[in-house]
Design a protein around this ligand. Structure first.
Ligand SMILES: [Fe+2]
Ligand SMILES: [Fe+2]
Length: 375
């Protein structure tokens, strides 16, 4: 196969997409890969799980919705979409304000890592699976994520950096999550991904002068892929009522919602120049993304976080300050640095507890789980 003539956007399988990436990786930058290799609380991680348990899932209880979703994914509406075309404007990376450039690169690298993290997990399930339904779903999802990651890497290459995805697959540490945790975390990250991409897309549709990079023009089709992936996890969770219904699991869902939302807050607030360039107020943006995600997640989760509670925003801000103080203490090093980290860590933990204990709004999940992207 002549790799140079092929593009990840046209790849119909994850294996093909990754082979194309591997070929291009010869030119990819060490610095971007190093950043993607970091495993901190806030950077996207790679996951592994009990693939046999996942493979054993019987989708019969949701067969009708399942077949409908598979039919759409099989038809592959976004094949060929994720590559540069005449809508791709040339960017003057050299002339970009250095702080904005640094934050935007950080945004692209962490998005690429997150996309690729999904790709690797889904591909592994596809490879190990024996259950035809599960294998089919994971082949489509890994195909999509390989394209998404490949496309971000195309944008990064123009700036002279790109993430070596083959190297990441081999070298990055994998965190083990039980299947139900994979469901909560992945369902949420797919739906939050949809909400993030569509909110930026709609904002830039109304304010095209703020679109400082062409990649945002691709966000609409992009977010529809993420929406479908989220639908798949909503259906998988529906196959067993215990996953979202038992007392303990409800506590876990609350935990994941709080953790994912507060991580997003801290991460976004670390990129002030990037959001300023987009003309987006970060507090508004994050609340808007939570609101959309919470509304969507009512299809699957038995509760909603109360993001209008008086304790919500103040504790997100406390968490943000504590995490920043932890980073500063880490940079300082020595005994004072260590003491600073312990103190800031305790403050972050307290802020998390304050967020976690905000009374939730109970939700009765609807009979019909299926949703269409509505924003
Ligand atoms: Fe994706
Ligand atoms: Fe996805």
């Amino acid at each position: 196969m002549n790799m140079t003539a092929r593009h990840t956007a046209d790849a119909t399988t994850v294996e093909e997409g990754l082979a194309i990436q591997e070929e291009r990786a010869k030119f990819d930058s060490q610095a971007a890969t190093d950043l993607a290799m970091q495993n901190t609380l806030l950077t996207p991680r790679f996951y592994t799980t009990d693939f046999d348990a996942l493979d054993a899932i019987d989708v019969s209880p949701v067969r009708e919705d399942w077949d409908h979703l598979m039919e759409r994914m099989r038809s592959d509406p976004n094949r060929g979409h994720f590559k540069k075309n005449e809508d791709w404007d040339q960017i003057d990376w050299e002339g970009m304000e250095p702080e904005l450039k640094a934050e935007f690169l950080d945004f692209l690298i962490s998005s690429c890592t997150a996309e690729f993290s999904g790709c690797v997990l889904y591909k592994e399930m596809k490879r190990r699976g024996t259950n035809a339904d599960i294998k089919e779903l994971f082949s489509y999802m890994s195909r999509d994520e390989a394209r998404h990651a490949g496309f971000i890497n195309d944008a990064l290459r123009e700036a002279g950096v790109a993430v070596n995805l083959g190297f990441l697959t081999r070298e990055k540490k994998y965190t083990y999550f039980r299947p139900k945790f994979i469901f909560y975390a992945t369902y949420l990250s797919e739906k939050i991904g949809y909400a993030r991409y569509i909110t930026i897309y709609r904002h830039l549709e109304a304010n095209p002068d703020k679109r400082f990079h062409p990649i945002f023009k691709w966000f609409k089709e992009w977010c529809n892929d993420e929406f479908s992936h989220g639908e798949a996890f909503a259906l998988l969770m529906r196959t067993d009522p215990k996953i979202t219904g038992s007392f303990v699991n409800k506590l876990w869902i609350r935990f994941f919602l709080t953790a994912v939302y507060s991580t997003m807050w801290v991460r976004d607030h670390a990129r002030p120049k990037f959001h300023e360039a987009l003309g987006v107020d970060i507090d508004w943006y994050d609340q808007e993304v939570y609101r959309k995600t919470s509304t969507i997640a009512c299809q699957a989760f038995p509760m909603e976080l109360d993001i209008d509670h008086p304790r919500w925003l103040p504790n997100l801000k406390r968490m943000e300050r504590a995490v920043n103080a932890m980073d500063a203490a880490k940079a300082r090093g020595g005994v004072a640095g260590l003491a600073g980290r312990v103190g800031a860590g305790a403050r972050a933990a307290l802020a998390f507890v304050a967020l976690y204990t905000i009374p939730v709004k109970p939700n009765r999940v609807p009979e019909n789980v299926r949703m269409e992207p509505a924003y």
